[in-house]
Design a protein around this ligand. Structure first.
Ligand code: 5MM
Length: 333
């Protein structure tokens, strides 16, 4: 596979003022989202909701790519147009979640390893034929008394690197997502230590598997206080610690870092990204977003499952997309 194609796609995903919409909720997760607005989780409703998001007028001004779930990659819009084509026509790059979920790690209670390597080469080939140009795999680390353990950290890093190498072989840019969860009462210091350890191990494994850094993106958590921690770090501290951690661990050859929102309120996720891009530190990579909840919470609520609310939902999505686009430039007011 041509390295130039991988590099071009990776750079396009972090083009100036743009970021990624994560709409790759697996069936269980989208069920929770639709339950929250009392909409039945049928294939038609999932399609309608995602079609509404993807047909938002002007979305391509701020959104470079959308991560899809397997079902969505194969679905057509109500008028029969493949949803992949709907995105392509809006100058948005389709991507695909290829992991098969975080499963219990043997011998390590409360820890998971993300599975999906078996048969991945064949699935990637099919996804590329269906129009996907990038892929995503998420590893999950929970901060607890004894977690994450060295076993959890190395098993997930190894799987991420194997997935990344296979993706590049198939011509898809891998988005490597090691997520340290914000669940828990740990403080920001613990989050920084664990994130640093996870990232160092991931980049070590990526090097062992000869993954082309110029043709991939990292999707990390920000360094933030646990959701139940009594002392919540402010925006400036989050920006300072996140940048310090990334500068210590992430090679400059990689073109971009696209943060996950991880359960932060949408406005807070935007302010954190903005603060990092305003920060005077020299940043060798583009700093952008690949938000799921922080982009979708507002449109989901505005839609409420009613066709009559489609325009309001699209306006809500545009507002968040445009705010985060501004934050990638450090120009969010
Ligand atoms: C959209 O949610 C993605 C898929 O989650 P499940 O496999 O659990 O259904 C998730 O990987 C998402 O892409 C990232 O966590 C970023 O989303 P947030 O909401 O954290 O920004």
């Amino acid at each position: 596979m041509s390295e130039a194609i991988l590099q071009d796609t990776a750079r396009a995903l972090v083009a100036e003022g743009k970021g990624i919409l994560a709409a790759d909720e697996s069936t269980g997760t989208i069920q929770k989202r639709l339950d929250s607005i009392q909409v039945e989780c049928t294939e038609a409703n999932r399609r309608d909701y995602r079609e509404l998001l993807f047909t938002t007028p002007g979305l391509g001004e701020h959104i470079s790519g959308v991560i899809l779930f397997d079902e969505t990659l194969r679905q057509n819009a109500a008028d029969g147009t493949p949803l992949v084509k709907v995105l392509q026509d809006a100058s948005i790059i389709p991507g695909i979640k290829v992991d098969q979920g975080a499963k219990p790690l043997a011998g390590h209670p409360d820890e998971t390893v993300t599975e999906g390597l078996d048969g991945l080469r064949e699935r990637l080939e099919e996804y590329a034929a269906l129009g996907a140009r990038f892929a995503k795999w998420r590893a999950v680390y929970r901060i607890g008394e004894v977690t994450p353990s060295p076993a959890g950290i190395t098993a997930n890093a190894h799987a991420l690197a194997r997935y990344a190498a296979l993706s590049q072989e198939a011509g898809l840019v891998p988005i490597v997502e090691p997520e340290v969860l914000m669940d828990g009462d740990h403080d920001i210091e613990d989050c920084e230590l664990v994130t640093e350890e996870a990232l160092r191990t991931v980049f070590g494994e990526l090097a062992v598997q000869d993954v082309l850094l110029e043709g991939m993106l990292l999707k990390p958590n920000m360094v933030i206080s646990g959701a139940d921690c009594a002392e919540q770090a402010d925006v400036e501290e989050v920006a300072e610690r996140t940048l310090r951690c990334l500068l210590r661990c992430v090679p400059a050859a990689m073109p971009g870092i696209v943060f996950l929102s991880g359960g932060q309120r949408d406005e807070v996720a935007t302010r954190h990204l903005d603060a990092m891009n305003r920060h005077p530190a020299v940043k060798p990579w583009r700093l952008s977003f690949s938000y799921g909840r922080a982009l979708q919470a507002a449109p989901l609520k505005a839609w409420g499952g009613k066709a009559a609310n489609a325009a309001a939902a699209q306006a809500a999505l545009m507002e968040r997309a445009s705010a985060n686009g501004a934050a990638t430039r450090g120009q969010y007011a």
